[in-house]
Design a protein around this ligand. Sequence first.
Ligand code: NAP
Length: 412
Amino acid sequence: MTPNFSSLKPPTRGTPISRRGGQLVVPDNPIIPFIEGDGTGPDIWRASVRVFDAAVAKAYGGKRRIEWFEVLAGEKAKNATGEWLPNDTLEAVKAYKVAIKGPLTTPVGGGIRSLNVTLRQVLDLYACIRPIRYFAGTPAPVTHPERMNVVIFRENTEDVYAGIEFAKGTPQAERVIEFLAKEMGKRIAPDSGIGIKPMSETGTKRLMRMAVRYALAHHRKLVTIVHKGNIMKFTEGAFRDWSYEVAKAEFRDQIVTEEEVTAGASRDGKLVINDRIADSVFQQILTRTAEYDVFATPNLNGDYLSDACAAQVGGLGMAPGANIGDDMAFFEATHGTAPKYAGKDVINPGSLILSGVMMLNYLGWVEAGALIDTALEKTIAQKQVTYDLARQMKGAKELKTSEFADAIIKNM
Ligand code: NAP
């Protein structure tokens, strides 16, 4: 049912995406809310939406079409409504199930939390999914960037990102310090700031369940649990144990653990589950890149790992992302608003375009997703790229944001 928006007007054409028995029901003309984003957001949105529409039109010969519905967040929302994240926007995502966004400014000060973190928590988008692979021709800092092809499942709502923090010297921090000293016999320096790191069995298991389901559905070979459980035993260590538990309890016939294989069990085409300590993963992903496949990891490890893997294949300008829960999904560019380039039509729209590919695949419109993927790859291989890649490539033709979109559409 369409909610009663206070200021938004949904499109008069199109049909909402819904769920039946937990399954997504996608009509041929779904209404999809979008947030164009701040800074360079409008530049990359304008380019990306043309690519999405062209791919859908070409893949389905006009039988399918997305009805875009602009919803507001960030500076545009603040100017139009006085709020950074209007309730209408949250209601629209809840009602239409699938949405996409450009980057948003994080307002500094004024007690406003990151809009991205708020969206993830309020909509319970508990998995941040980042597929990272190499596009041939992209300048990269390593000798074999093509060996990287991983998908990172990062827990999105818990860990030190839960937002439970108390500044040094506040009555709250002092009370926590006093409580720990009196009740638990644990000494903390009195001039400390305090942050809490909650990690739950429920939060961990649903993340791991999603990672394993994805790996099985996409015929991946390995899921690696990344944790720092040797030091943080009851949070990161428990994350490791709960992850193995859910894999064995719910997918026993389809998985085998690395430990079981070492003890003589046959792989027999099954998905292997192993775990690695977080710091070792950072050297392994550089030195034994091709061995890694799907990662399941808590919030902070996942944040670092995502950017490190993206950097290895040529940077953040091309890295897509999705925030997914059991009911809703929000696809997003992973870089920031790059405000100094706003309105100049120069920025790389690759991250948002590839996030759109993830969205099309999520809808089951894989033919349209594949058209974009292949055309983007071809465009980069032809050395037709935006400034960020052109400045690192010999003989590249530097294109504007809009021209890059034209080139991709032409290559479809
Ligand atoms: P940023 O906007 O990501 O930009 C930093 C630099 O990265 C840019 O100056 C540019 O480098 C390069 N870059 C970023 N996106 C690019 C693209 N699409 N194509 C080519 N180059 C790109 O980071 P920031 O300046 O730290 O953050 C600006 C604002 O964005 C802040 O308000 C921050 O909170 C917000 N932010 C939002 C998100 C999000 O919405 N998901 C994520 C991160 C940050 P060169 O100058 O070298 O060309």
